[in-house]
Design a protein around this ligand. Structure first.
Ligand SMILES: *[C@@H]1O[C@H](CO)[C@@H](O)[C@H](O)[C@H]1NC(C)=O
Ligand SMILES: *[C@@H]1O[C@H](CO)[C@@H](O)[C@H](O)[C@H]1NC(C)=O
Length: 473
């Protein structure tokens, strides 16, 4: 009897501990407004990040997720309101949605940047109008937190943009930068998308109509930085790409939302270029272009538990434009739900390029009404006509595992280069049914293997290996 009492006692203790632990999570999520989803605390092989829409869990990933544990640890040790906190309101920001608060933000940054592990606070309950700003890390301490709980909006007058800019808000050359909070960055992009004349009070002519500049800015860009975290925030209505990383190492994006309408042109959700060790998870990406776009110079990219749509899917490329060399390797995309997107998982390269895409796994992708769920296009061309060229970006070792759902146009479209066939393309557990009309998979110069029967059958795949491309990247 004593034994049982002891056992019951420890069960009660265990229950109390579990209760306290889980209520900690709930508080956190109610605050972030993501109640429907449990935060994925353990990105690697965990099932906690699954949302209502997400497909079944995976145990297939071979990605070294342990590398990313530092990020969660960092976040849990950040304190708000400490002596290292710098609030934009204390540096003269008005937060009335009308006054240009760029200078106040610049002054706040100048102060916060000097202090290691400081926090710059953009408080809730305010709307801050910002012209283009660059938060430079030159001379800054490490591990700065940008606590964004308020809303930041972009100007909609052409005069505020002069002749046009590549980005609106930029963080550069930082060693440890976290943007966190429940805040919103709103690019007010409709004035750019529609290309309509806008009223510009800053124009010297006074009351006139003017058009926005031709160069549409990325909303938020990180350049040349290491250990970058973006978590909790929303970027909406971006004039162009929502969130961009260029030349960054060790990047983590989680509980992030990109939201722009389906018909907003060139509004990629997340755009990666020349970046390594990138982890993106538990995020909702709805936009008018690629949900995630992986460009040249990227490797060790891991994306999981993401909802994509509307949008163009998750894409590697277009690579090799204007005869350039492009290298992308070691990309894993798993547990992604795609709704009514243009493509699902896609690799696109221009003719005439060189370099390679290798070591890519797409697994547990749930598609609903996606036009073309699986696509390799080595004849990518965004003009009416592109010249045929013999060189190409080599595509090899691409694995498609457990890709299921419905397609609207073609289930599988694999168009590989005439001179450099795709090789090592493998398929298992593919089950794609038409929304309306049945279509057969298309392959051109594609070599690989079928590891299980597929629906529909991918009979056009040529078995075995083509000559392995010799590529130095
Ligand atoms: C890609 O992964 C392979 C195997 O783990 C590794 O040897 C290679 O260095 C990785 N490539 C890059 C560019 O990180
Ligand atoms: C390119 O090659 C394709 C296939 O061989 C051919 O149908 C097409 O007409 C060519 N295009 C041009 C611009 O030469």
């Amino acid at each position: 009897m004593k034994f049982f009492n002891l056992k019951n006692y420890s069960l009660i203790i265990l229950n109390i501990v579990l209760f306290l632990w889980s209520s900690r999570f709930e508080t956190c999520h109610a605050r972030e407004g993501h109640q429907w989803r449990l935060k994925s605390k353990f990105p690697h092989g965990s099932t906690a990040g699954s949302s209502h829409q997400h497909p079944t869990r995976s145990t297939m990933s071979k990605f070294p997720g342990n590398n990313y544990m530092w990020a969660d640890e960092t976040m849990s040790t950040q304190k708000k309101g400490s002596s290292k906190a710098f609030n934009v309101l204390e540096f003269g920001a008005k937060g009335d949605g009308k006054t240009d608060d760029s200078e106040a933000f610049g002054a706040t940054w100048a102060a916060a940047c000097k202090v290691e592990a400081s926090t710059m606070i953009v408080p809730s309950g305010n709307v801050f109008l910002l012209h283009s700003v660059s938060f430079s890390g030159t001379g800054c301490g490490a591990d700065i937190v940008f606590q964004l709980d308020g809303k930041i909006i972009a100007p909609t007058t052409p005069g505020a943009w002069k002749s046009g800019l590549l980005q609106w808000i930029e963080f550069t050359k930082l060693n440890g930068i976290t943007i966190q909070g429940k805040g919103i960055i709103d690019g007010q992009g409709s004035v750019w998308w529609n290309n309509l004349p806008t009223y510009d009070p800053e124009d010297s002519e006074g009351v006139v109509s003017a058009k926005m500049p031709g160069t549409k800015p990325t909303a938020l860009r990180f350049y040349g930085s290491t250990r970058v975290i973006v978590t909790g925030i929303t970027i909406q209505n971006s004039p162009q790409t929502h969130l961009k990383f260029d030349g960054c190492t060790t990047v983590q994006v989680s509980d992030f939302r990109a939201a722009s309408p389906e018909n907003s042109p060139n509004t990629d959700g997340i755009h990666l270029e020349n970046s390594h060790d990138v982890l993106i998870y538990s995020s909702d990406l709805a936009c008018g272009d690629d949900c995630v776009s992986i460009q040249t110079g990227c490797s060790q990219v891991y994306i999981h538990n993401v909802n994509c749509g509307p949008g163009h899917g998750i894409s590697i490329g277009g690579l090799g434009r204007d005869n350039s060399k492009a290298c992308v390797s070691n990309v894993t995309v798993r547990d992604v739900a795609m709704l009514n997107t243009l493509t699902g998982v896609r690799i696109k390269t221009w003719q005439g390029g060189s370099g390679s895409v290798q070591g890519v796994t797409f697994s547990n992708i749930q598609v609903s009404g996606v036009k073309t769920p699986i696509m390799i296009d080595q004849f990518y061309c965004d003009r009416s006509k592109c010249q045929n060229k013999s060189s190409a970006v080599a595509v090899s070792d691409i694995n498609y595992i457990n890709i299921k759902g419905t397609y609207a146009s073609n289930p599988v479209h694999l168009a590989c280069s005439d001179n450099l066939p795709c090789t090592g393309i493998s398929f298992s557990a593919i089950e794609l049914n038409p929304v309306q009309e049945d279509r057969q998979p298309f392959c051109w110069n594609t070599f690989g293997e079928l590891r299980s029967t597929t629906v529909p059958p991918i009979n056009c795949l040529q078995m075995g290996k083509s000559r392995k491309p010799v590529v130095t990247c």
